[in-house]
Design a protein around this ligand. Sequence first.
Ligand code: FES
Length: 104
Amino acid sequence: PKILFMSHAGEEHSIEAKVGDSLMEAAVKNSIAGIDADCGGACACATCHVYIDSSYSALTGTPDDMEQSMLDFADEVQPTSRLSCQIPITEEMEGIVVRLPESQ
Ligand code: FES
């Protein structure tokens, strides 16, 4: 599916992602700036923080307890904050918008 990453400054990067990858993996494979992913997807670093508008939460689900507690370590956490390594990409996510924080 096509995923649109939007930088904090409003730059848009549309990529073609693979079903089964996480949003973090899709971002890293496509050299999207702003996702550090220091722990490599183990839900242990919070440097893959993104914002997913609530209109997409039916597609992405909501953070589990482990993700929620790791989000405490992210900056500028909002109700729409997610860790992108914890969101597996599905076909239904075509056109989803993933917003990046100002910094990780
Ligand atoms: Fe470390 Fe997501 S990559 S928590």
